[in-house]
Design a protein around this ligand. Structure first.
Ligand code: GLP
Length: 240
C-alpha cells in the first residue's frame, strides 16, 4: 500500500496525473469509476487536462461501481446522471463505452452479467474508490461477503443518513437498495486508487488500513491488494 498526503487540490492533481500516465501508455484502457463528493475535484482536473489536450478519453471504456435501485439515468441523483454531468459530457469519451449499473428492472443474474462484461473488456486497469463512513466501498456495506461480484445490496442506515444530503435532506427519498460491484470485482482491478478527504473520514481510514482485514470494514480488504494507492488530505490521514 502506498500512501500520499497533500492538500485536497494537490491530491486531485496527483490522482489526475495517474490517469494522464495510464491513458498515455494505454489509450484503450478500462477505468473503474466512482461517484460521491470526493472524486468531484479529480473529475474537474481530468476535464481540464482533456480540454488542454493533455489527455484523451477517446478510446477508453469505463465501468462505474454502483447505482441506486429505482433511479433511472435521468434522475439528478442517479449515478449515471452524476457521471454524465461531472465527466462524460465534458470530455471526448465515446458514451457508448461508458457503463453504469442499471438501477431499474434488473435481476441478480443481469447484475452478475456486469462482471462478465468487465472481463470481456479486458478487466479494470485502474479502479477509483472513495470510502463511506462505515468503511463501505462502492456500496459494499459492512458484513457483505468478500467474494461477491456485482449484486444488489440493502443500504446501511448510516449510508442512507450520509447520502440524504443529496435528496433535500429527506431520508425517505433516499433509495434503500443499490446495485454495486462486489468486493471480488473491485479486488480484480489491476490497480486501485482511493481518494479520501476531510476529518470525517479520519477514523474509518485508520480502522480500514491499520486495523484487521474484516468484512465488518469492507475497505480493509484493500490492505491485501498488490497495487493500492491511498491519496488523502491531512485531515483524512490525521490518525495514521
Ligand atoms: C457513496 C458511494 C461511494 C462513495 C461514498 C462516499 O455511498 N456509493 O462510492 O465512496 O458514497 O462518498 P463521499 O465521497 O461523498 O463521502
Amino acid at each position: 500500500m502506498k500512501i500520499i498526503q497533500d492538500t485536497q487540490r494537490n491530491c486531485a492533481r496527483m490522482a489526475a496525473e495517474e490517469y494522464r500516465k495510464l491513458l498515455g501508455e494505454n489509450p484503450h484502457c478500462v477505468l473503474g469509476l466512482a461517484t460521491g463528493s470526493t472524486p468531484e475535484m479529480l473529475y474537474e482536473e481530468l476535464v481540464a487536462l482533456c480540454k488542454a489536450g493533455k489527455l484523451s478519453f477517446k478510446d477508453v471504456t469505463t465501468y462505474n461501481l454502483d447505482e441506486y435501485v429505482g433511479l433511472d439515468g435521468s434522475h439528478p441523483q442517479s449515478y449515471r446522471y452524476f457521471m454524465d454531468s461531472h465527466l462524460f459530457n465534458l470530455v471526448d469519451i465515446d458514451k457508448t463505452r461508458t457503463h453504469v449499473p442499471c438501477g431499474i428492472g434488473v435481476t441478480d443474474e443481469m447484475a452478475a452479467h456486469y462482471d462478465d462484461e468487465i472481463k470481456q473488456a479486458g478487466g479494470v486497469d485502474l479502479q477509483l474508490l472513495g470510502i463511506g463512513h462505515d468503511g463501505h466501498i462502492g456500496f459494499n456495506e459492512p458484513h457483505d461477503a468478500f467474494d461477491l461480484g456485482t449484486h444488489c445490496v440493502d443500504l446501511a442506515q448510516e449510508t442512507i443518513e450520509a447520502n440524504k444530503r443529496f435528496f433535500d435532506g429527506n431520508v425517505d427519498l433516499v433509495p434503500k437498495q443499490a446495485y454495486t460491484m462486489g468486493i471480488r470485482t473491485i479486488m480484480q482491478a489491476r490497480k486501485v486508487l482511493m481518494v479520501v478527504n476531510g476529518a470525517g473520514k479520519a477514523e474509518i481510514v485508520k480502522k480500514a488500513f491499520f486495523g484487521p482485514v474484516t468484512p465488518e470494514v469492507p475497505a480493509s480488504i484493500l490492505q491485501l491488494h498488490p497495487d493500492f494507492i491511498l491519496v488523502g488530505d491531512e485531515e483524512a490521514l490525521s490518525l495514521i
